[in-house]
Ligand binder design. Sequence first.
Ligand SMILES: Cc1cc2nc3c(=O)[nH]c(=O)nc-3n(C[C@H](O)[C@H](O)[C@H](O)COP(=O)(O)OP(=O)(O)OC[C@H]3O[C@@H](n4cnc5c(N)ncnc54)[C@H](O)[C@@H]3O)c2cc1C
Length: 280
Amino acid sequence: MKLRAPQPGWTAKADVIVIGSGVAGLTTALQIRAHDLSVLLVTKSLIDAGSTKWAQGGIAAALGPGDSPEDHERDTLVAGAGLCDDEAVHVLVTEGPEAVRKLIARGAKFDRSETGEIALTREGGHLRNRILHAGGDATGAEVSRALLTAVNDDPGIEVVENALVIDALKNKDGVVCGVTLHVIGEGSRDGVGRAIARAVVVATGGLGQVYSQTTNPSVSTGDGVALALRAGAEVADVEFIQFHPTVLWIGGSSRGQQPLISEAVRGEGAILRNQKVKPS
Ligand SMILES: Cc1cc2nc3c(=O)[nH]c(=O)nc-3n(C[C@H](O)[C@H](O)[C@H](O)COP(=O)(O)OP(=O)(O)OC[C@H]3O[C@@H](n4cnc5c(N)ncnc54)[C@H](O)[C@@H]3O)c2cc1C
C-alpha cells in the first residue's frame, strides 16, 4: 500500500517559484524581479541556512590589473585536468566579473586595499591574485546578508521559510506547473500546501550530507535533485562533490557538518602535512 500525503491545505500562486535561498536562489529571484514577474521563494529551513553563508575563502573573478577571463579560463581548465565542462567554465570566467559588480551594486562589501581597490588574494590553481573576499574569511556571510536584504526589500517576492518542497506538480501535458510542499513550524503558511507557477527553479544546493562527514550544512541533503529526477529532469555531474582538504579534526566519531579550516590558509601559503608534528 502506498503511503499518501494529506491533501494540500493551502494554495499559493506566483509567476515563478524558486526553491532554495542560497546565492543561486536569491540571485535568481532578484533577476526574475527585474522582468517584473512575481516570485515565491521557498526554503526548507531558515532563509540563511544553506552553504552560502559558510563560504569562507572568497570568489574567483578576473578583476585585477593585467588579469583577463582568458587567463582565468586557462588556469581553470589546467586545474580541472580534462574533467571541466568547457562551456560552463567559459560562462563562469566571462560573466564572473559582471556578477561581482552586480553583488557590489546590491550592497555586498568586499575587503579593500589601502588604496581603495578590491583586495585580491591567491588560492590553489590560480596563477594570479584573483580571489576577492569579505570580512577576511566571512565572504559567504556577507554575500548572503546583502542578497537577503535586497530580497526582503522587494514586495514582489514572497518568502516561505521552513517549507520543504516534496515533489513537482505537472499539468495534463506533463509540464511542471508547481510543487507540493510541507511547511513545518510557524510562519505565513502552515502544513501541506501546493504552489502553482509558470516556471519552477530548483536552486537547492549540494548533497554533502549524504556522507557521514562533510563541511556542508545540514540542509545539503540532495532532496532538490531527487525531486527533479522524479519529475523526469536530466541531471549531470552529480559525482562532483566538494570535499575540502583542510577540515578541523574533532574526532573519528564526529558526524555531519565538520568545521572547515579556511581555504585562505592554504592560499596564504600554509603547507599541508600528512603527519603530526611534535611540538619542539
Ligand atoms: C564550509 C564551506 C566553505 C565554502 N567556501 C567557499 C569559498 O570560499 N568560495 C566559493 O566560491 N565557494 C565556497 N563554498 C561553496 C559555496 O558555498 C556553494 O557552492 C554555494 O554557496 C552554493 O550556493 P547554492 O545557492 O547553490 O546552495 P545553498 O547555499 O546550499 O542553498 C541551497 C538552498 O536550498 C534549500 N533547500 C534544499 N533542499 C530543499 C527542499 N527540498 N525544499 C526547499 N528548500 C530546499 C536550502 O535550505 C538552502 O536554502 C563553500 C562551501 C562550504 C560548505
